[in-house]
Design a protein around this ligand. Structure first.
Ligand code: FAD
Length: 117
């Protein structure tokens, strides 16, 4: 039981890191196609998240707070907000979304030009 909780938390930490990094790399001025792609990705992510209970909760959060995909800033701010919703649900401290900037650097500086998505 404790083992399961540990694995679930580890999966969560890895996933959040990836999720926020995707948002931090989303185009500042996305095309309609890029906006559609991110929106679809988020709904499929929620549907396929491997912890069933988490996926169910997250889909409920999504129904309440649909993804914001109009810009990098909007997407990153939305992701921070929705992660905070999960934090509240789990009695965890809220993250200050003003601190997102440097926190989710993917180490891919330099490929800005070829970053299609
Ligand atoms: P995490 O919440 O994993 O966060 C990792 C790090 O991200 C933090 O240390 C902090 O540096 C940073 N961070 C924290 N908040 C934010 C924010 N708002 N924006 C940006 N960065 C932030 N667990 C359950 O038990 N039940 C669930 O229903 C559940 N649902 C989940 C749904 C999803 C989609 C995901 C990805 C995870 C879910 N989890 C769930 C796991 C849970 O959210 C945590 O990942 C896990 O409990 C480990 O928590 P943690 O305290 O290490 O920090």
């Amino acid at each position: 039981r404790l083992g399961n909780e540990t694995v679930k938390a580890e999966l969560g930490r890895a996933t959040w890191k990836y999720f926020h990094t995707v948002m931090a790399r989303f185009p500042e001025k996305p095309t309609t196609d890029e906006q559609d792609a991110l929106r679809s990705y988020i709904y499929l992510f929620a549907r396929l998240y491997p912890c069933g209970e988490c996926a169910e909760h997250f889909q409920q959060h999504l129904n309440k707070y649909p993804p914001q995909v109009s810009s990098r800033k909007a997407a990153a701010g939305w992701a921070c907000f929705i992660h905070n919703e999960v934090n509240v649900m789990l009695d965890k401290p809220e993250f200050d979304c003003n601190d997102l900037g440097a926190f989710y650097d993917c180490g891919c500086a330099g490929d800005e030009d070829e970053a299609g998505a």
